[in-house]
Design a protein around this ligand. Structure first.
Ligand code: AMP
Ligand code: ZN
Length: 113
């Protein structure tokens, strides 16, 4: 298993498991880009939204539910937050396991770089 997020999901690599359920896991980004920066992943390996198959959509929906949950638990709803999924090389994806960044605790700028 050479995918680092699969290793984190399996517990083979350490991460602060902020939230998890059968299908999803949330943990802090190693290099936070905001005062609060979590990653939400499906536990099952899916490379990106570009390769999501019919039987992956339930996991995608579960991830978005987890995004809402962790943002709520961290008190981000009132001030707002940003959810980002980088897809492929032009999208800036560096880990090829589908994930959402949940960023909050500061004013976000637009457009992103
Ligand atoms: P992306 O560039 O959108 O593919 O996002 C990958 C993110 O994973 C980056 O923001 C990295 O800082 C983060 N990352 C890489 N390795 C780890 C790790 N072991 N634990 C937590 N976050 C990680
Ligand atoms: Zn993986």
């Amino acid at each position: 298993m050479d995918c680092i997020f699969c290793q984190i999901a399996a517990g083979a690599l350490p991460a602060d498991r902020v939230y998890e359920d059968d299908d999803t896991l949330a943990f802090p980004d190693l290099r936070p880009r905001a005062p609060q920066h979590l990653l939400v992943i499906p536990k099952r390996h899916v490379e990106s939204l570009a390769s999501t198959q019919d039987d992956d959509w339930a996991a995608v929906a579960a991830c978005l539910r987890t995004v809402q949950r962790v943002a709520r638990d961290r008190g981000l709803e009132e001030g707002g937050y940003r959810v980002v999924a980088n897809i492929g090389s032009d999208g800036g994806q560096t880990v090829n396991h589908l994930h959402w960044h949940v960023l909050g605790g500061r004013l976000m700028t637009w457009p992103p770089g």
